[in-house]
Design a protein around this ligand. Structure first.
Ligand code: CDP
Length: 220
């Protein structure tokens, strides 16, 4: 692969583990590009919902993913030129993203798009299968996790902070359902990649987690 010399740090983990925040800060500190692969599944789900396509129709959803008019610029996420950063963060879109992410056809459709993010001077890629499937040759692989209670609490604070009402019990249930789907699907299930460093952030601040990843990176 021509890009194989470009360093990649993969940060995989379950929902609400804080990997998105950690990945963004690590990328910033190193001056690397960032791939938020979850956003691609969310954009696909949103696009399919807007088009009125049944989310059970793998072929139709894969077609949407194949021609996804997605772009990332100035920290914004765009779908066909429209800024949809907030729209894709809605819980319903997240749950639908997790459903359509189980379709092999959808994952295949997004494969090349993700490889294209590997650009000099380097990439931090955040998701579920970054180290196992998309960038198996990554220099550093991290599996970032936290207890389900810690994750539900973080998601709760995040939603309340945005002025969105949330219920702790519903959040816990949603997280567990999503974990279950992500871990048990047959294609690209959520598992630590071989050689991945496991980082449990249940009792760790974002800053400490970022320093730990940077430390591992410096050692390689
Ligand atoms: O914010 P949260 O961690 O819940 O989700 P996300 O990273 O934005 O991803 C949304 C959904 O896309 C997840 O629930 C996964 O099912 C799916 N996903 C995936 O299958 N593979 C990836 N590389 C990234 C996300």
């Amino acid at each position: 692969m021509p890009d194989s010399h470009i360093p990649v740090i993969t940060i995989d983990g379950p929902t609400a583990s804080g990997k998105g925040t950690v990945a963004a800060l690590v990328a910033e500190r190193l001056g690397f590009h960032l791939l938020d692969s979850g956003a691609l599944y969310r954009l696909t789900a949103l696009s399919a919902m807007r088009a009125g396509i049944s989310l059970d129709d793998e072929q139709a959803v894969a077609q949407i993913a194949e021609a996804l008019p997605a772009s990332f610029a100035n920290e914004g996420v765009f779908l066909d030129g429209e800024e949809v950063g907030a729209a894709i963060r809605v819980e319903e879109v997240g749950n639908n993203a997790s459903k359509i992410a189980a379709f092999p056809g959808v994952r295949q459709a997004l494969y090349e798009l993700q490889l294209g993010f590997r650009k000099a001077p380097g990439l931090v890629a955040d998701g579920r299968d970054m180290g196992t499937v998309i960038f198996p040759s990554a220099k550093l692989k991290v599996f970032l996790t936290a207890s389900v209670e810690a994750r539900a609490e973080r998601r709760y604070k995040q939603l309340i902070g945005k002025g969105i009402s949330a219920n702790m019990e519903d959040l816990l249930e949603d997280l567990q359902a999503r974990d279950d789907r992500d871990t048990h699907r047959t294609v690209a299930p959520l598992v630590p990649a071989e050689g991945a460093y496991i980082l449990d952030t249940s009792d760790m601040t974002v800053e400490v987690a970022v320093e730990q990843v940077l430390h591992w990176h410096a050692l390689l």
